[in-house]
Design a protein around this ligand. Sequence first.
Ligand code: DGL
Length: 262
Amino acid sequence: MSQQPIGIFDSGVGGLSILKAIQHHLPNENLLYFADSKYAPYGKLDQKILHERCRFIAQFFVEKNAKALVIACNTATAVMADWLRAEFDLPIIALEPAIKPAAEITKTNNIGVFATENTLHSERYLSLLQKYAKDKKVFESSCAGFVEQVELGELATPKTLSLIENYLNPMLEQNIDVLVLGCTHYPFLEQSIRKIAGEHQLEILDTADAVSLQLTRVLAEHELLNFDGHHQDLFFTSSQLQQAKPVFSKLLNTDITVVEVS
Ligand code: DGL
C-alpha cells in the first residue's frame, strides 16, 4: 500500500510548485500530477463546473490507486476541500494562504495578499483573516492575468513584469513588508516579483513546504510512507500536449513526458 502513488492536482501547472517541494521532502514517493489547464483559471470558474472538475480528478486518482490526494490549489481548497473529504475515502491534504505566518512576522502590520478571486471571497480565507490578522491591514489583489502568464510559461516577459508592477506597486506604497502568495501559480513569478520590489524589504511567503510537511505527517500517521527508493512520477493534463509539455518541462527544469486526458 505504501508504494501506491499520491495524486496531486491544480487548475493547471501552478501546483507543480507544490510537487517540487513534495519531491524534495519525500523523494521516495510515487507522484501523479494532474494539470486541469483546459479549465484554468479556476479563480473565476463557475462553482458548479469547479465541483465537477474536482470530482472527475479525484475519481481519476482513485482509479489510479492513489493512497492520498493533495489539492495543490488554493482555489479548489477554498471551495471544494470539505466536499472532497466527505465524498472520497482517502487522506486529503489541502492548503491555505500563509496568513498566520505573515501576521506573525510583519513589522509594519501591513500585509499584501495575491490570490484568486474565488479564494479571496471564500469563507475559509475570510475566517483566516478573522482568526490571525484582525489587527493587521491586509491589501489584496486577485492579480488578473498572472495564472494565464504562468500557464504560458511566461515568467519574466515584459507583459508579466508590467502586470506585477501594476499589482505590487500600490501595495509597496502602503508599506507592506510581507507578501503572501495565495495561489500556487504565483511562486513561479517570485523572481520577477523580487525584481520589481527592488530595494523594498519584502518577505514573500508561500505554503509549499508547509503542505509537504503536513503530507509527511498524514502519511506517517496512516503508515503510508514509502521507503522503497524506486519511484516514478507521472504527469497528466486536460489541455493539449503541444502546449503543455514545454511549459511542464520549463517549470520543472527537466524534459518530462506528459499524458493528455480528456
Ligand atoms: N493555482 C490555483 C490556486 O492556487 C488556481 C489558480 C486559478 O486557476 O485561478 O489558487
